[in-house]
Design a protein around this ligand. Structure first.
Ligand SMILES: Nc1ncnc2c1ncn2[C@@H]1O[C@H](COP(=O)(O)OP(=O)(O)OP(=O)(O)O)[C@@H](O)[C@H]1O
Ligand SMILES: [Mg+2]
Length: 507
């Protein structure tokens, strides 16, 4: 007998419908899976056999049957353990052990040897494609039901075991559709560090406000203990809430990476990723076999914080150039390439030199000129050319350390940031971007007009070599954000002058 059940295959972040055909005939004992399966899919044979037996059916391993499973389309690579459930059900149908109508249903799930179902990766993307292709039911592990339940218009059936799936399909057990209400997950948890708790550093806080508003890239330079890491840790407390569309986008990434928690099926907080400086290129930009999203994709729509920036391997830093520019990363695989989103805000922190006190008013720097030059070389080059704001974070004097900064509580700053983001959303509603940092040259021309006095100022900067052509465009984008924070339609001379304060590197 031949049976056909539907499942999905994940490629990148998106899923595709696949068919699992199972042919069962009497003959020498044999169990084969064809259709570009990876090792985990091949091992499915053993799990499926044991789970079927544990669920009270006769195991195919103990009977004179020949089973051929074909996963189609054959040229699409099938990865992971999610085919256990469709293969087991396909076999039970083909061997006429049970009867049900597999039409309009999609199945996913990894089987444990005792027949229980384990959660799989990418359930949200699978639910999306199943609904789009007109399927009416998705049967999957209970652990994945909450994330799949975010998708309306398809019945989401969460089951604990193969036995429960069979009972449901035979009509012997009723299971209601899982519905997840995104509103239940809108409340943002409190961030452990509030900007208001950090003393002084007013200009650094203002730079963080601008960065969070326009999604601009920032580098903080300062001596040890000045508070750079602390300031960065406060960033999540001022980032604007994700819209529902953005939340779904980010949740899909975490679902495919297997990082979604069962209790929190929707990610509503902008990601803040801070990989260690020993991280490899693959860990940062993604790839490997099977390919995984890297830190830059996990930071999509949020912040990638690189602390101790010059300590990162040079090739790792260089590999960030292309994704910073394009907002996505293409990972090469054996036969084809995979493109993943990576629109993140880069925040980096560094000491000015190896001992940390170069340029300090109080302490003397103990580095040799050659050491300083070597260190600084890492802070120049093409990646630094893509940074929008450079700020000095000086060591604080005692009086400032004891004063309280009520003006800059995270709540107040987040309100300003949110308003500035709304202005940008409205401005770009007919374009494909969300923030000022994403503007390309035609959009800069359109939205970043400046008066003649401002033009003269910028001309001086460019002519004296303080500003590169790329730097020039970056300055205009940041000035646009400062004007938005001021709720001003035009970029004024003051907005531009403030922007140039954040080009400390050039002055
Ligand atoms: N402005 C500040 N307000 C309150 N506490 C501060 C401030 N700056 C520094 N601190 C205190 O100093 C500690 C060290 O700060 P932090 O780790 O952020 O320094 P850093 O600039 O990252 O130093 P390094 O260059 O060595 O990494 C903080 O944990 C905090 O307790
Ligand atoms: Mg630090």
């Amino acid at each position: 007998m031949l049976s056909k059940v539907f499942s999905t295959a994940i490629s990148g972040l998106d899923a595709q419908i696949i068919e699992a055909e199972v042919n069962c005939s009497y003959g020498l004992r044999h169990f084969e899976i064809v259709g570009l399966p990876d090792k985990t899919v091949e091992e499915s044979r053993e799990r499926v056999g044991a789970a079927i037996e544990s669920s009270g059916f006769l195991s195919p391993h103990h009977q004179p049957v020949r089973i051929l499973v074909s996963l189609a389309p054959a040229d699409l690579r099938k990865e992971g353990s999610l085919y256990d459930l469709p293969i087991a059900l396909g076999y039970l149908l083909a061997a006429e052990k049970i009867k049900f109508n597999p039409q309009n249903k999609v199945f996913l799930g990894e089987l444990a040897l005792d027949g229980r179902l384990r959660s799989i990766k990418g359930a949200l993307s699978s639910a999306l494609v199943a609904k789009d292709k007109g399927f009416t039911e998705l049967i999957l592990p209970k652990g994945n039901a909450a994330e799949a339940g975010l998708i309306k218009g398809i019945k989401i059936v969460g089951v604990d075991s193969l036995k429960e799936a069979v009972d449901y399909l035979k009509g012997e057990k009723e299971i209601f559709s899982q519905k997840t209400n995104p509103e239940d997950f809108l409340k943002i948890p409190d961030c452990p560090v509030d900007l208001g708790y950090i003393k002084g550093q007013t200009s650094a806080k203002r730079a963080l406000e601008i960065t969070a508003s326009g999604s601009h890239h920032l580098l903080m330079i300062g001596p040890p203990g000045a508070g750079k890491t602390l300031l960065a840790k406060a960033i999540p407390s001022i980032l604007p809430q994700l819209s529902f569309e953005e939340s779904l986008e980010v949740t899909k990434i975490y679902s495919v990476a297997g990082l979604l928690s069962k209790n929190k099926p929707l990610i509503n907080l902008r990601p803040f990723r801070s990989p260690h400086h020993t991280s490899s290129e693959i860990a940062l930009i993604g790839g490997g076999n099977p390919p995984r999203p890297g830190e830059i994709t996990l930071a999509h729509r949020g912040v990638l914080f690189l602390d101790e920036f010059p300590e990162f391997h040079r090739n790792v830093l260089e590999s960030l150039r292309q994704p910073i520019e394009e907002g996505e990363i293409t990972v090469l695989r054996a036969k084809h390439s995979l493109t993943l989103p990576a629109r993140f805000t880069l925040v980096a922190a560094t000491n000015p030199c190896p001992c940390g006190f170069y340029g300090d008013a109080e302490k003397k720097c103990s580095c040799s000129p050659a050491q300083i030059q070597m260190y600084r070389r890492k802070l120049s080059g093409p990646l630094m050319d893509r940074v929008d704001l450079f700020i000095n974070v000086p060591a604080l004097k005692y009086e400032k350390l004891t004063s309280i900064d009520e003006e800059n509580s995270s709540r107040k700053i987040r309100e300003k940031v949110t308003t500035a983001r709304e202005i940008q959303k409205e401005r770009f509603k007919s374009e494909k971007i969300l923030t000022n940092s994403e503007m390309e040259i035609p959009q800069i021309k359109k939205y970043c007009q400046i008066d003649s006095k401002s033009q003269n100022l910028l001309r001086n900067y460019v002519n004296s070599g303080k500003l590169s052509a790329r730097g020039y465009h970056r300055v205009l984008k940041v000035a646009r954000t400062i004007a938005d924070l001021d709720n001003s339609e035009n970029i004024s001379f003051n907005h531009l002058s403030e922007t140039l304060l954040y080009r400390a590197r050039e002055s």
